[in-house]
Design a protein around this ligand. Structure first.
Ligand code: GDP
Length: 421
């Protein structure tokens, strides 16, 4: 399993359209629910006179255990297809979905958008599609779910498909790239096996479409960027910053610099899983040691890069944001906390430059007085402490952020331009 290329998958869509059910079905069909658990469910089902319907039991148990807040959580479940090994990253509705999606750990490459056939495009469908586009999801698979509730009607499927295609066009997803699949997550139609209930559909099943996703090439050619998670002192070695390599390659002998702390030196050793390595690349969690850099010189939120191509430090930066929720309105001077990679820095809205039409992405208003929930805008932000961040057009891994205030994610954004200090 570990030999297969890995894909991070997000499951998005309006509440109650069937995201959890689809995840349950995928885990069940790919044999990712351990055999002994299925066996236990089967026995329980038989005892209760409901023999032979293990799937319902998997779902009941997922729901029950989720309610109790323990063990199986649909976030971070794993399954594999012939070609790939998938991790399901946080699902929307999950409390920190947006924040996690933006700040690294669980950045998804692709998403399955679940749209219930009996409901069509709903508010969160729109919001999640918009957000996926903003956050750089590459490919969408659109599952038109609950086909059983509309008698597997081809006509209804086509109507929903047209509605979603219109939405994708509005947010500038290349809708030719999106695959549409009529399914019933509950009954299992077109998830793992082609359904007899949809003879008019000759495309792939969900698992086939997942297996056909493009392979993501790791960003080894990009400049080195390691957001620092923690800094340790280890006896016999000295100061050891640790973090996940987002882009580029780290090797002993390289000359690196930590920004915004602005200190650096030569890399002496690189460790992964407590072993010294000659080289580490994107996705690797590393600890390393740099000549002349002490524990108090650097901190969490710093970004390590090569001295010849140092991480940018922003005096101000321009960003495109989507306001997800805010009790009132956002005006110039608002100073929430920005979460970008491992950094958390208060940033002031210095100007609200343009309000965008969320339907077309075109400029709707220059210099608006305020923006509110549901708006998309181009804004200029001023970090209140030095912040290392990159234009998402250059290094997307270091170019997105979440805006948090009052314990909530207020907005998500990507950096358009950095005005360096
Ligand atoms: P989520 O909020 O998007 O995760 O939605 P859930 O997976 O919790 O599903 C919401 C409700 O729709 C549940 O009662 C499911 O049993 C039901 N549901 C999900 N998929 C299907 C389906 O394909 N057909 C039918 N009839 N019901 C479904």
């Amino acid at each position: 399993m570990a030999d297969k290329p890995h894909q991070n998958l997000a499951i998005i869509g309006h509440v109650d359209h069937g995201k959890s059910t689809l995840v349950g079905r995928l885990l069940f069909e790919t044999g990712s629910v351990p055999e002994h658990v299925i066996e236990q469910y089967r026995e329980e089902a038989e005892e209760k006179g409901k023999g032979g319907f293990e799937f319902a039991y998997v779902m009941d148990n997922l729901a029950e255990e989720r309610e109790r807040g323990v063990t199986i959580d649909i976030a971070h479940q794993r399954f594999d297809t012939d070609k790939y090994y998938f991790t399901i990253v946080d699902t929307p509705g999950h409390r920190d979905f947006v924040k996690n999606m933006i700040t690294g750990a669980s950045q998804a490459d692709h998403a399955v958008l679940v749209v219930a056939a009996d409901d069509g495009v709903a508010p969160q469908t729109r919001e999640h599609v918009f957000l996926s586009k903003t956050l750089g999801i590459e490919t969408l698979i659109v599952a038109v779910n609950k086909m059983d509730t509309v008698d597997y009607s081809e006509e209804t499927y086509k109507e929903v498909k047209a509605e979603v295609q219109k939405l994708l066009k509005q947010v500038r997803f290349d809708s030719d790239d999106a695959r549409f699949i009529p399914i019933s997550a509950f009954e299992g139609d077109n998830v793992a096996e082609h359904s007899e209930n949809t003879p008019w559909y000759d495309g792939p099943t969900i698992l086939e479409a997942l297996n056909d996703l493009p392979e993501m090439s790791p960003p080894t050619d990009a400049p080195l960027r390691i957001p620092i998670q923690d800094v340790y002192t280890i006896s016999g070695i000295g100061t050891v910053p640790v973090g996940r390599i987002e882009t580029g390659v780290l090797k002993p002998g390289m000359n690196v610099v930590f920004m915004p702390s602005d200190v650096g030196g030569e890399v002496k050793t690189v460790e992964m899983h407590h072993e010294e390595v000659d080289e580490a690349g994107p996705g690797d969690n590393v600890g390393f040691n740099v000549r002349g850099v002490g524990k108090d010189d650097i901190r969490r939120g710093d970004v390590c890069g090569e001295a010849s191509n140092p991480p940018k430090v922003a005096e101000t930066f321009k960003a495109q944001i989507v306001v997800m929720q805010h009790p009132s309105v956002i005006t110039v001077g608002y100073t929430p906390v920005l979460h970008a990679h491992t950094a958390q820095v208060a940033c002031t809205f210095e100007s609200i430059d343009q309000k965008l039409d969320p339907k077309t992405g075109e400029v709707a208003e220059e210099n608006p007085d305020f923006i509110k929930a549901g708006d998309a805008a181009v804004v200029t932000l001023r970090p209140q402490k030095p912040l290392s961040i990159e234009p998402s057009g250059e290094i997307p891994e270091l170019g997105s952020f979440a805006v948090r205030d009052m314990g909530q994610t207020i907005a998500a954004g990507k950096v358009l331009e950095v005005n360096e200090r």
